[in-house]
Ligand binder design. Structure first.
Ligand code: HEC
Ligand code: HEC
Length: 379
C-alpha cells in the first residue's frame, strides 16, 4: 500500500461533531474495529501547463548586468513540465521523514516565499537558526543562504530535504518515497522523458521551479517604463533618498533586483551572536557579513534581517539612520568618507523622510507574484 503510514479514518471525518469525542477515544482503544480508508492527497494541475519557461521580462531585467548575474546551468534549462514537477515537490509534505513538512512550510507564497516569523519550525517543531529567506529572482543568484555557503541552486535545494531540523529525509529514502507515490511517474516522465526518480532529477525539478519564480511587475517596474508618472510626491522623495548617495542604500542594494551578489557587514551588532560568513570561512574579517538580499516585496517578507530582528520597515530605516554599530568589519559604504571600519554614517533623516523612504520601498511590492496561481499550492 502506498500510503501505509498515513491512514485517515473517514468515519471520524463524516461523524457529527457530537460523536467526535466518542469516535476518537474508540479509535485509540481499538483501532481494528474502525473502518480505516486510505486517502491520497493528490495535486490538482491545469490541463495545459502554466507558462514557466517563456517569460516576457521587462528590458531592465534582460539587459546589462543582470544577464551577467544570471546562472542557469546548460544541463538544467527550465521547461514547463520540469517546473510543474518542481512545484508539486515544493509543496509535498511527503518529502519529509514524518510526512508533515514541505519547502512551503517555511516559504509561503503570501510572504513572497519567506516566512512571517523570525524563525521557522521544521520537523518535530525544531527551530531554524535564521530567518527563512524570500524565494524569487534567484536565477540571478549563484550562492545561497544568508552566509552564501552553498554554490549553485541544484546543490542548495537538496539541503533542506536532508537537514535533520527541516525535512529530515536522506536522499535514498526521498527517492524511494517519491517513487512509491502514484502521481509522480507521469510528472517525471513529462519532465525527463521517463519515470525514473533520482535525487538529481528531484534537485533539477525543484531548481527549475525556483528559477521560474520571477518578480518583475511592481509599481517601480512600471515606473521605469513610464518615467514614474504614477508615483506620489512621497514616493518620489523616497526614491530620491534611496538613490541620492546620502543614505548609500543603492550602493549595496543595486540593479533592478536591489541586490548585489556578495556579502557585507551592515553594522547590525557587535559583538556577534551569529558570525555569518566568518563561521564558514574562519576569517575574522568575514565576521558579521551576510548576503545582501533583495529589497523587492518587503511588504510581504517581514520580519527583516538574517535573525528577523526588525518587525517593520520603519525599524529597518531607523537602523540605517544613526544606529549603525561601529566595528572593524563595517562595510566602507556605510562609513564617513568610505573608511573601512570607520565612523558609521548618519543621514539624519527626519520623520517625513523616513516615511518617504518606506513608501518608496513599498513600490517594489509585486502583488502579481504573491498571488500568481502558477506558484500556488497544488494540493
Ligand atoms: C524548516 C524551515 C525550512 C524548510 C522546510 C525549507 N527552508 Fe529554505 N530556508 C529556510 C531558512 C531558515 C533559510 C536561511 C538559512 C540560512 O541562511 O542558514 C532558507 C534558505 C533557502 C534558500 C536560499 C535563498 C537565498 O537567497 O540564498 C533557498 C533557495 C531555499 N531555502 C529553498 C528551499 C527549498 C527548495 C526547500 C524544500 C526542499 C526549503 N527551502 C525548505 C527555511 C526552510
Ligand atoms: C554596506 C551595504 C549596505 C547598505 C549601504 C545598505 N544595506 Fe540594507 N542590507 C545589507 C545587508 C548585508 C543586509 C542583510 C544583513 C543581515 O541580515 O544581517 C541588508 C538588509 C536590508 C534589509 C532587510 C531585508 C530582508 O529581507 O530582511 C532592508 C529592508 C534593507 N537592507 C534596506 C536598506 C536601506 C533602506 C538602505 C539605505 C538606508 C540600506 N539597506 C543600505 C547591506 C546594505
Amino acid at each position: 500500500m502506498i500510503f501505509s503510514k498515513r491512514s485517515f479514518s473517514v468515519i471520524i471525518l463524516l461523524m457529527p461533531a457530537a460523536w467526535m469525542v466518542v469516535g476518537m477515544s474508540a479509535c485509540k482503544k481499538d483501532k481494528d474495529q474502525i473502518d480505516v480508508v486510505e486517502i491520497e492527497r493528490k495535486p490538482t494541475l491545469p490541463q495545459t501547463s502554466f507558462n514557466y519557461s517563456q517569460i516576457d521580462l521587462p528590458d531592465h531585467f534582460s539587459s546589462g548586468v543582470l544577464s551577467f548575474f544570471e546562472s542557469i546551468p546548460t544541463s538544467n534549462p527550465t521547461t514547463d513540465a520540469g517546473a510543474t514537477l518542481g512545484r508539486v515537490l515544493f509543496y509535498d509534505t511527503e518529502l519529509s521523514a514524518d510526512h508533515t513538512v514541505s519547502c512551503a512550510s517555511c516559504h509561503h507564497q503570501t510572504n513572497a516565499f519567506a516566512a512571517n516569523t523570525a524563525l521557522s519550525e521544521g520537523i518535530g517543531g525544531a527551530s531554524t537558526v535564521r530567518n527563512s529567506m524570500a524565494l524569487f529572482n534567484l536565477r540571478y543568484s549563484r550562492r545561497f543562504f544568508w552566509d552564501r555557503r552553498t554554490n549553485g541552486l541544484e546543490a542548495q535545494v537538496l539541503i533542506p530535504i536532508e537537514h535533520p531540523d527541516e525535512q529530515a529525509l536522506d536522499l535514498d529514502n526521498a527517492v524511494e518515497r517519491i517513487s512509491s507515490i502514484s502521481y509522480y511517474p507521469p510528472l517525471f516522465e513529462a519532465a525527463f522523458g521517463d519515470a525514473a526518480v533520482t535525487s538529481d532529477r528531484i534537485s533539477k525539478a525543484l531548481s527549475q521551479f525556483i528559477r521560474s519564480m520571477l518578480s518583475y511587475r511592481s509599481k517601480y517596474d512600471s515606473g521605469l517604463a513610464n518615467n514614474f508618472v504614477d508615483f506620489t510626491e512621497q514616493e518620489l522623495l523616497g526614491k530620491d533618498l534611496f538613490f541620492n548617495g546620502e543614505t548609500r542604500c543603492n550602493q549595496c542594494h543595486m540593479t533592478a533586483l536591489f541586490y548585489t551578489p556578495g556579502s557585507m557587514n551592515n553594522g547590525l551588532e557587535y559583538p556577534y551572536t551569529d558570525l555569518g560568513v566568518g563561521a564558514v570561512t574562519g576569517n575574522a574579517s568575514d565576521n558579521g557579513k551576510f548576503k545582501v538580499v533583495t529589497l523587492r516585496n518587503l511588504s510581504y517578507t517581514a520580519p527583516y534581517m538574517h535573525d528577523g530582528r526588525f518587525a517593520t520597515l520603519e525599524e529597518v530605516v531607523n537602523h540605517y539612520n544613526g544606529n549603525i554599530v561601529q566595528q572593524a568589519n563595517l562595510d566602507d559604504r556605510l562609513t564617513v568618507g568610505f573608511v573601512p571600519g570607520g565612523t558609521p554614517i548618519d543621514p539624519g533623516l527626519g520623520e517625513a523622510e523616513v516615511a518617504a523612504l518606506v513608501s518608496f520601498l513599498r513600490t517594489l511590492d509585486d502583488v502579481f507574484f504573491v498571488s500568481d496561481d502558477k506558484y500556488s499550492d497544488p494540493f
